[in-house]
Ligand binder design. Structure first.
Ligand code: HEM
Length: 404
């Protein structure tokens, strides 16, 4: 392929990616599922290629070790960079294994099943408040309220503080933006400091009087004879809020839009609510809340018949892999009864999303309730507005008529 053609193959700044990235992914995947851009960045978009690459031990997620990354966010000693250096998401190897091993028991299928009644109570309360009516924004009145409120409730933090925690969480979310201006840097650092102090206060209370909540469980957690330090607990609680908020909002928002655009599927769900049990994976596959993750290779990595050399920057397109026809026949069709769906939307390998069970439990409840409570749900406006980020895919609003 000539250089000029290659240049046109994929550009992360292409504005068309925002409204509908899938035709562009298809073009890229068909041409080169493992693609090196003319400026040296690697982009991997085929299903089998993404699935094997993401499990490779020769990948690093330790962005905070990169002096430029840290500098852009306020420097090595800034509250946000100090916090991210302790996030399991941004650690490799043994450091990652230790944090992950200590936190894993909190998020297993069984642990989430035990928490289900509490999750259900919170979701029902938010939906009761939303009620029915015309021109309701499902993002603002529902999707954006569920994950943080649930996490406060399970974590042992007052649910009355959910709006405050959401404000901090939104600010922290900018940490993965590709470029950051001065105002955002300040916002993020203030949030890391204030949210960190807030969690520290509650942690001290739990240490004196443990209860049945996630903060108390993190204090008691032991793995290989080791425990978490307070700084590690505080940093990873911030990470749980950050990692679980916008992603779950978008699973609910993108999923609901998918259902509204496939009325036969919404009808099927209404007739058989049990469809959501596996259908949630299809919704996550169809329009992934996280479209891509980034890595640096620490050694040469074989992907298919291509070798990505050590020291390369790699963009792993989860959203493109989920729509690969070599893995999912007729991939652009949403089908809640599709079999054998294991979406890459929650990543894979050592960093596979620790909160996947929790997010799916929350979203299942929301979809079941939406389909069951309302006789009809209609899009108020066919033209929806997507948020500008390419790595995180979600709607700024989803306006619907809710007819009960
Ligand atoms: C639909 C909702 C969610 C989606 C789509 C999602 C997606 C992801 C993805 C793609 C990764 C891998 C990142 C990478 O490889 O660089 C990840 C990791 C992670 N997620 Fe989620 N996530 C969701 C919900 C949650 C929730 C509710 C929590 C809260 C506990 C959470 C906490 C985390 C953490 C801590 C990691 C890092 C795990 C590690 O490094 O070992 N996520 N998530």
């Amino acid at each position: 392929m000539r250089l000029k053609e290659k240049e046109a193959l994929f550009d992360a700044r292409d504005p068309r990616l925002r409204d509908d990235p899938y035709p562009l992914y298809q073009k890229l995947r068909d041409a080169e599922p493992v693609h090196r851009t003319p400026y040296g960045l690697w982009i991997v978009s085929g299903h089998s290629e993404v699935a094997s690459l993401i499990r490779s031990p020769r990948l690093s997620s330790e962005y905070p070790q990169d002096p430029r990354w840290a500098e852009q966010r306020g420097g090595w000693d800034s509250p946000i960079v100090e916090s991210t250096r302790r996030w399991m998401l941004m650690r490799d190897g043994g450091g990652h294994r230790r944090l992950r091993g200590l936190a894993n028991p909190l998020f297993t299928t069984r642990a989430i099943q035990e928490l289900a009644p509490r999750i259900e109570g919170i979701v029902h309360e938010i939906m009761d408040e939303m009620g029915s009516g015309r021109d309701v924004d499902l993002i603002g009145s529902l999707a954006a309220r569920v994950p943080v409120t649930v996490f406060c409730g399970l974590g042992g933090l007052p649910v009355e503080d959910a709006d405050l925690c959401r404000k901090w969480t939104d600010a922290l979310g900018h940490v993965i933006d590709p470029s950051i201006d001065e105002a955002t840097r300040r916002l993020m650092n203030d949030a890391a400091q204030e949210f960190g102090d807030y969690v520290a206060e509650h942690l001290a209370v739990r240490r004196a009087a443990p209860r049945d909540d996630l903060l108390s469980r993190l204090l008691l957690a032991e793995f290989d004879g080791e425990k978490l330090t307070d700084d590690e607990i505080i940093a990873n609680v911030l990470m749980f809020f950050m990692g679980g908020h916008e992603t779950t909002v978008n699973l609910i928002g993108n999923g609901m839009l998918g259902l509204l655009r496939h009325p036969d599927q919404l009808r099927a769900l209404r007739e058989d609510p049990g469809l959501i049990q596996n259908g949630i994976d299809e919704l996550a596959r169809y329009d992934a809340p996280i479209q891509l993750v980034a890595r640096i290779t620490t050694g040469d990595v074989e992907v298919g018949d291509t070798t990505i050399p050590a020291g390369s920057k790699v963009m792993i397109l989860l959203g493109a892999a989920n729509r690969d026809p070599r893995r999912y026949p007729d991939p652009d069709r949403l089908d809640l009864s599709r079999r054998d769906v294991h979406p890459l939307s929650f990543g894979g390998g050592p960093h596979y999303c620790i909160g996947a069970m929790l997010a799916k439990a929350e979203a299942r409840l929301v979809f079941t309730e939406l389909a069951g409570r309302y006789r009809d749900i209609r899009l108020t406006d066919e033209d929806v507005v997507w948020r500008p980020q390419v790595n995180i895919r979600g709607l700024s609003e989803l306006r619907v008529d809710l007819v009960s």
